[in-house]
Design a binder for this molecule. Structure first.
Ligand SMILES: [Zn+2]
Length: 262
């Protein structure tokens, strides 16, 4: 093999694992090299689905991204709509899942559409959400977190105000985001429902992988029969298995993805 044909993988072998972190970080800025970040952003915090989602990710040594409603565990099933009628986790579960290396982030205080009220009312609900997370979730720091809007609904005014509170927001917009850069704050996403999303998710990812480098954020919800637009647990398992084996694909929660910034 000619010297200039040594692959990056071979270089890593030659340099040894001690250099892995440094080189892996640099790989993001190698000119011409494709890089596809994918975040599956699981909303609503259904208990059974969240436990299973974390377990599936752990099978592949990956961290899941689970976004929970601050007050949902205090509600009775009768107080929720058709897409939130399943038991949700509480902060004992969220702390356990977070300790295992997964991302637990806020998905509003009570799943209100914050564009259907005054800015002041929306701000009160956001502050209440932050208070609950401050009190209940170990190690939570809003300024280092991503706020996942319910219905991916936000106004420019609300987004500007949220910038004072959070590192990033996930809301409506193009679901193929740029690769993370310093100051990237507004993250767009896609979602699909109310029925099973397997085919839509598969097609969205395949199309993304055929395109240039970027960061796909897909707003998923529950597994199997739980929530709006669920994905099958078996399908998720196979999807992670396939994507985890691809060289230019990185499956990350939002904050670790932002931390790869160039
Ligand atoms: Zn939701």
């Amino acid at each position: 093999m000619k010297r200039n044909h040594i692959s990056r993988r071979d270089t890593l072998k030659i340099l040894g694992t001690g250099s892995l972190g440094v080189l892996a970080g640099r790989a993001f800025s190698i000119p011409g090299k494709q890089k596809h970040l994918i975040t599956l952003s699981f909303d609503d915090g259904f208990e059974k689905s969240s436990i299973k989602t974390a377990e599936i990710y752990e099978k592949y040594g990956l961290s899941s991204c689970i976004n929970v409603i601050a007050s949902a565990h205090q509600k009775s099933p009768g107080e929720t709509d058709a897409y939130h009628q399943w038991p949700v986790g509480d902060f004992t579960l969220w702390n356990d899942i977070k300790r295992r290396g997964h991302e637990i982030m806020p998905h509003t205080y009570r799943h209100a559409n914050l564009t259907q009220m005054s800015l002041e009312e929306a701000q009160v609900l956001v502050e209440k959400c932050i208070d609950v997370f401050d009190q209940e979730l170990e190690g939570f720091v809003a300024e280092e977190s991503v706020f996942n809007l319910a219905y991916n609904a936000s106004t420019p005014e609300l987004e500007e105000w949220l910038r004072l509170k959070f590192r990033a927001i996930r809301t409506h917009g193009d679901h193929v985001n740029p690769l993370p850069y310093k100051g990237l704050y507004r993250l767009g996403c896609t979602s699909h429902g109310p029925d099973n999303i397997n085919i839509h998710l598969e097609n969205t990812i395949n199309k993304f992988l055929e395109g240039p480098s970027g960061w796909l954020i897909y707003n998923t919800h529950g597994l199997d029969d739980e929530g709006w637009g669920p994905v099958s647990a078996g399908f998720l398992d196979e999807l992670l298995d396939r994507l985890n084996g691809l060289d230019d694909v990185h499956l990350l929660p939002v904050i670790p993805a932002l931390d790869t910034m160039q």
